[in-house]
Design a protein around this ligand. Sequence first.
Ligand code: AMP
Ligand code: ZN
Length: 479
Amino acid sequence: MSVQLYDTLSRSVQPLATESGQPLRFYCCGPTVYGPAHIGNFRTFLIQDTLRRVLEVDGTQVKHVRNITDLDDKTIRQSMAEGMSLSDFTAKWTEKFHADCEALNMLAPSIEPSAVAHIPQQIALVEKLVEKGHAYATDDGSVYFRVGSFDDYGRLSKLRQRELKTQNENSAGEVNDADEYDRESVTDFALWKSRKPEDGDNFWSSPWGEGRPGWHLECSAMVDSAFNGETIELHGGGIDLCFPHHENEIAQSECAHGHDFCKHWFHSAHLMVEGAKMSKSLGNLYTLDDLREKGISPMVVRYTLISGSYRQQLNFTFDGLHASKSALTRLERFVEALLAKTGEDKDTFNTTYITANAPNDFGRLAKAWDALRTNLNTAACLGAIFGLIGSNPAATLDAEDARALLRAFGCLLYALGLQLFTTQESAVDAPEAIVALAQQRWDAKQAKNWGKADELRDAVLAKGWVIKDKKDGFDLEQK
Ligand code: AMP
Ligand code: ZN
């Protein structure tokens, strides 16, 4: 059985097939580099990274391409606001993105193309679309895709033509401010945007005059470059990209090339905060650094973001982070018990057992591995692992069996991208409710209400937190 994955296009779980002998062609829409990525973005990137790892463990070679979006309204606006050139500005945030990816133990993509580095390819694609009658130039020197020329438009998102809204604002929050009356139809979207004063120095020459590409075009052009214009097997992104971005990618690429753009569409659900999508525009975001400042290690963040079903929204809470920290500690105790049987140390575990080379048999972890191969069911995988841990297998194993279990477990950790024995130094912030209780206790103590202060100290302790008094306040530590 190969790896199975839900496909948005067919609305069903399908095997991820490759052409024989070819690596699986996997393209992911990458970050817009105008600030640090938030952990909502990282939920999507981590899920993609985990799928790639599962494919590798399953024996499938993957060509993983994830682009850098360094040219859109947001990168231009912000670089100009900070008085930096677009390239210096985006280089700074690309570097930060790489550092965060590394901290989260993400594999580097095979290729990481950027939009600015693909301007000629984007222009060539627009020319092809104009030539074939799928695009038209307007008087102001912009070029639009003629949605009415592509019967299949809407097939991914299942939006009927009459329901397609004007794309004055797309899901990236990018405003298409070209004069609407120039467009033949409100559903037509910009492939090339004529030069505007607010773009500053960020314009390029084209057959239609100076300007810059529209945002949707970059992915079609970069997929072409990276995969020689061939149909790709897999395309990933957050669910917000399904429409219009991915729909537009399909339209551009299929009209230009006359063959399928992509076979399998992989969308992940959002990270939410109190019912709303975590996003920069809502200001409800956390970055990896924000959480580090609160003593939460990147590995705890990785565990949290990949542990739920990728097709379900995940609600961000500090309680969730605390639970992940405890779960990682339980995994560490499990490994320590097995290492005590084999006589090996933690370094040996990390260097020899964490590998993409799958054992012939996952043994008592077979269910956990099957869960990963069946639509990336990380929750069921972790459930099976903790089920086994609960039965305390180390107690009855000899060294050889312990070694076999470590091999299977190390391979699962590789697939999940989890590193153990790296998180101990990170103290975790107490949940707000605990801090509030501890504050009430501090206030009672200041008021010399000793009975109430003791009661509140016990209440905090009962919830797993110890109050450590300081001269002018208190710290909270996990019991
Ligand atoms: P951006 O940097 O805005 O281009 O987004 C990068 C990736 O993050 C895209 O695949 C988005 O769909 C995804 N994304 C944005 N917000 C969230 C969120 N709250 N949860 C999960 N993925 C998200
Ligand atoms: Zn894209």
